[in-house]
Ligand binder design. Structure first.
Ligand SMILES: Cc1ncc(COP(=O)(O)O)c(C=O)c1O
Length: 430
């Protein structure tokens, strides 16, 4: 077998590495487009908008390509909003969804005229005091839904029956299932306070937000969540959209459970249609996918630089590490690794490690085609939260980024050099 198996749009990745060096992030525009279209088709019966979560891959050219495909953007900081303007997004095509930020950032977003998502009572009160009904705002809800996907059990607390005692009853184990999301959004247990603030300051709520996250994996829980949100939505006369956030997974490992997006679309459409009839108005549905659009579209190409063994484990030492791809070390995330340079080689077991002076596992106990010095390894599913979470730890430059589009490999970020590494440092005289 030749390397053609891993050609992207007709380009041999070895040639791409020769031209741009390694480590190298490579994104395939055709895969981004495919994912965008899959997402769009799944919700085609619904008046929806895809707001690409910029934080997943924060590159001007990727943002511009998303705009070309018809997406808006989901931003979490003021610089991300500014980047959006730089590549041509209009204010109404950008949503600002920050988490626990100081109020001045929200004020700045108002000055920019972008839709804003508020996720805590403190900022909602400050917003009400300052803007009253002059600027509409969306609120992010934490629906107190607890799902235990692994055990197949799914529980959600009824909007109508939410109270503190009930919440305490569900127990620590279930609460931990929602743990990753627990700091986000306004808890439904505090929903009466939202209503008080809305009334007190005459705040114009034009959107409701529920981050889908892993909850969307469980059809029953998702259906319940959707019902709850539409029930709440009826309380707001100025409602224009419901935003179901992001968190829609793609497969990293063959055993990963991912959702059937078409099925999710059907669940949502049923409730959406009922809701629109009940309020006699068609609202919009927004989504903020990052991972779904970018994960499979990107890979990190790295070189095997040192082969060694400790007598038990064979190590492949690479010229990258968790400074470039944090996910394996931070989340214990699985990323498939392929030896592009020896696709027919005998399978051997390796630990693939990075070069940082820390434990720096990229993949452990992996069966790879025999790895030789200077072979090129492809770390898959690295398009989302790859480069954007990278750092200069160990004073190593960040990789270059390349977008393969229309059969051409285009550099979209230069590799850093020594000057970049020390640019903002100030050397004192002693
Ligand atoms: C509010 C919100 N929107 C969108 C996203 C993007 O999530 P993902 O890239 O998993 O789709 C996140 C991620 O945490 C989020 O918190």
């Amino acid at each position: 077998m030749e390397n053609s198996q891993y050609k992207i749009q007709g380009l041999d990745l070895h040639d791409v590495c020769k031209r741009f060096g390694t480590p190298l992030y490579v994104y395939d525009a055709d895969v981004i487009k495919r994912q965008f279209e899959n997402f769009s088709n799944a919700f085609s019966g619904i008046d929806h908008r895809i707001m690409y979560a910029v934080k997943s891959c924060t590159n001007l050219s990727i943002m511009k390509y998303m705009r070309f495909l018809g997406a808006g953007i989901d931003t979490v900081s003021i610089p991300e909003i500014k980047m959006g303007f730089k590549v041509g997004f209009k204010p109404e095509e950008i949503v600002f969804t920050p988490n626990v930020v100081e109020f001045h950032e929200i004020r700045e977003a108002v000055e920019f005229g972008v839709p804003i998502n508020i996720e805590n009572l403190q900022n909602l009160e400050a917003f009400g005091k300052e803007f009253k009904s002059a600027y509409p705002v969306c609120i992010r809800l934490n629906p107190n839904m607890l799902s235990e996907i692994e055990s197949g059990r799914a529980t959600s607390l009824d909007f109508a029956s939410i109270n503190k005692e009930h919440y305490d009853e569900v127990g620590e184990q279930q609460v931990s299932a929602w743990h990753n999301q627990s700091k986000f959004g306004i808890s439904l247990m505090e929903f009466d306070k939202v209503l008080e603030l809305v009334k007190k300051y005459n705040i114009r709520i034009n959107g409701l937000h529920l981050h889908s996250s892993h909850v969307i994996l469980d059809k029953k829980v998702f259906a319940k969540g959707v019902k709850i949100v539409f029930e709440i939505a009826k309380l707001f006369d100025h409602l224009e959209y419901v935003d179901f956030g992001g968190g829609i997974m793609v497969k990293h490992h063959p055993d990963d459970i991912v959702i059937e997006l078409d099925e999710t679309g059907r669940i949502l459409k049923k409730e959406y249609d009922k809701f629109c009839v009940s309020i006699d108005k068609r609202i919009k549905i927004w989504f903020e996918p990052g991972r779904y659009l970018m994960s499979e579209a990107g890979c990190l190409l790295t070189k095997a630089v040192v082969l060694k063994t400790n007598g038990f484990i064979n190590f492949v030492g690479t010229n990258t590490g968790f400074n470039h791809l944090l996910r394996p070390m931070m989340y214990d995330a699985y990323h498939e690794i392929v030896n592009l340079s020896n696709l027919c080689g005998e399978l051997e077991k390796y630990n693939i490690v990075g070069n940082l002076c820390e434990i720096d596992n990229i993949g452990t106990e992996r069966m790879l085609n025999k790895v030789r010095k200077d072979d090129i390894l492809m770390i898959k599913n690295a398009g989302a939260y790859g480069f954007s979470m990278s750092s200069n730890y160990n004073t190593r430059p960040k990789p270059a980024e390349v977008l393969i589009i229309n059969g051409r490999a285009e550099l979209i970020r230069k590799r850093e050099n020594f000057d970049d590494l020390i640019r903002n440092q100030i050397e004192l005289d002693f």
